[in-house]
Design a protein. Structure first.
Lengths: 188, 371
């Protein structure tokens, strides 16, 4: 652990000193996590690439301000920037979609759902099929662990709206998962 | 709805290693270089702007504090309640007058034992400059507990010529204030009340517990009190409760200074009353807006202050709007215009707080953020 910490710290130092090789090393190491965040928020592959590029610019421009606070702190910082860049992208490109759409399908079935058999990229596609607003709220709530109050502030929406969008997002996802699982069992 | 699948989904998506797309490092390098250049420019611009604001405010406060001249004086004349006994006006010697002044001062401050000792001896010595006759009481005051501070004042006093008639700000005062500011500004804030510098007629001599003094019974006396800008230094710590709310406390030192001018039979004596307060403020503030380095907020709260010289406890309420510039996560520069209301402290000491309970003030300084 401390070894990882030391390596991370050394990498930060090199980045801060402007070492050119450090940047690609950094990307090789943290690129995966960076992408992992962006693909949840952004549906289009080309857009994901743009957002990652912007995030890298942001990270390398601000690395001198980064303060190393122990193992994992660099990754946490990087992921935060990835979330911010994704939100910024959605705000500029998908502005109208961040507003609450009119869908009103509430799934209240109590049956057990499992995602065990669903590959990650299919799950991601399901996530990406959600309306942008739903997807963003779900991402912030489920993956980033934000409260509805924080989400409301981040997205400039009402707290109630954040909560209701989350319910709808889950409900739509549940329907997709159910459908996928049904198709799969039929095929077997 | 069962939430288990949500957790499973989160786990699955988080653990998965997504293929990393190729990025254009040339573009990234160019963008980073452009950003860095702009950031350096912005950094200096902001720093200069912040410094300019602080200097401007400091300058205004400083000039307001030190250069404020007496406004036209509203004089109130009052005759003594008791008639002349044995002496005619012409009989009043200068020594008597001095005695009057020193006694009134003494009486004024003797509500608490030892208070007079803590006041600057200048107040007491000033009458001596009018007349060489020394007054016994003054000697007692000066010798009972001569502290180092007093001795040094006494030396200063001898060394410089004294203006006998007009209220003046002594060179030593200027020096002292500057020194204080320089020493404390690094870690503290300073506040100055805008409503300062007014003179009021004071009735402090009429306090019932003062022994009747023959010498002033028959004299017609003018007395005016000119309050200077209070000056406050403080050290404050802020603790963030959540995103927007935070609580703030610390320690403040406030110095009130007033020139008390007494005119008896065309002889003017000027004494300076200095009151020192140590205060404990408690404020809650709410952040209205924040960018990376600037922030706007409103705050409100109360303060309890103890006067080290004469009056008892002083309570006040205050509300302010503030702007801050973050130098680092840990500390920031700020300026806060605000309104303060000072409650009566129950004493007879004339203070600016009594004459202007509600006043506008401006604080600025450096604040340390916890959490």
């Amino acid at each position: 652990m401390s070894f990882i910490g030391n390596e991370e710290q050394r990498l930060v130092k090199r980045l801060q000193e402007g070492d050119k090789t450090a940047a690609s090393e950094f990307y090789a190491r943290y690129g995966g996590s960076l992408v992992g965040v962006c693909v949840r928020y952004i549906a289009d592959e080309e857009d994901v690439k743009d957002v990652i590029q912007n995030a890298l610019v942001h990270i390398l421009s601000r690395i001198t301000e980064f303060e190393y606070r122990g193992a994992g702190s660099l990754e946490a910082w990087v992921l935060r920037i990835a979330v911010n860049e994704s939100l910024m992208f959605l705000r500029t490109k998908d502005q109208h979609e961040l507003l609450e759409p009119d869908y009103d399908i509430i799934d209240d079935s109590e049956d057990y759902l499992s995602v065990c058999d669903i590959p990650p990229d299919i799950l991601r596609k399901m996530l990406n099929r959600l309306p942008t607003g739903y997807r963003t709220v779900l991402n912030l709530y489920v993956f980033e662990g934000k409260s509805h109050q924080e989400i409301a502030r981040l997205l400039g929406i009402k707290k109630d709206s954040s909560a209701s969008q989350l319910v709808r997002a889950k409900s739509m996802l549940a329907q997709m998962i159910r459908k996928y699982n049904n198709n799969n069992t039929q095929r077997r | 709805m069962n939430e288990q699948w949500i957790n499973e989904m989160r786990q699955k998506l988080t653990d998965y290693q997504w293929p990393v797309p190729e990025v254009s490092w040339d573009e990234i390098d160019r963008a980073v270089a452009a950003n860095t250049a702009r950031k350096v420019r912005l950094f200096w611009l902001r720093r200069m702007a912040a410094a300019a604001v602080v200097f401007l405010i400091a300058g205004v406060g400083y000039w307001g504090l030190l250069r404020h001249k007496s406004e036209p004086i509203v004089e109130k004349q009052w005759a003594q309640e008791q008639p002349i006994e044995n002496r005619s006006q012409g009989d009043i010697s200068r020594g008597d007058r001095n005695d009057v002044t020193s006694q009134t001062l003494h009486a004024f401050f003797d509500k608490r034992s030892g208070i007079a000792e803590r006041l600057s001896p200048r107040e007491i010595q000033e009458p001596e400059t009018v007349s060489p006759v020394s007054v016994v009481e003054i000697d007692t005051l000066n010798t009972t507990k001569p502290t180092e501070k007093e001795q040094s004042y006494a030396v200063e006093e001898k060394a410089k010529p004294v203006n006998e008639i007009l209220p003046v700000i002594y060179p030593s005062d200027l020096h002292q204030r500057k020194h204080l500011e320089n020493r404390l500004m690094a870690k503290v804030y300073m506040s100055s009340t805008m409503a300062g510098s007014r003179q009021t007629e004071s009735v402090l001599i009429l306090s019932p517990h003062i022994k009747p003094i023959n010498a002033i019974r028959d004299s017609v006396q003018n007395r005016r009190v000119h309050h200077r800008q209070p000056i406050r230094f403080g050290l404050s710590l802020r603790y963030r409760l959540d995103d927007r709310w935070s609580i703030e406390s610390g320690l403040t030192y406030t110095r009130l200074s007033s020139d008390i001018t007494t005119i008896i039979d065309d002889v003017t004596t000027v004494t300076e009353q200095r009151l020192n307060y140590i205060g404990l403020p408690l404020n809650i503030s709410y952040e209205l807006w924040r960018s990376r380095s600037f922030g706007l907020y409103v705050s409100g709260g109360g303060m309890i202050e103890k006067c080290l010289d004469a009056s008892p406890w002083q309570f006040s309420l205050n509300g302010a709007a503030g702007a801050e510039y973050r130098l680092t996560d840990f500390f920031c520069l700020y300026a806060e215009p605000g309104l303060g209301y000072y409650f009566k402290d129950g004493s007879g000491t004339p203070t600016i707080y009594k004459d202007h309970p509600l006043n506008f003030n401006l604080s600025f300084g450096i604040r340390f953020n916890l959490k």
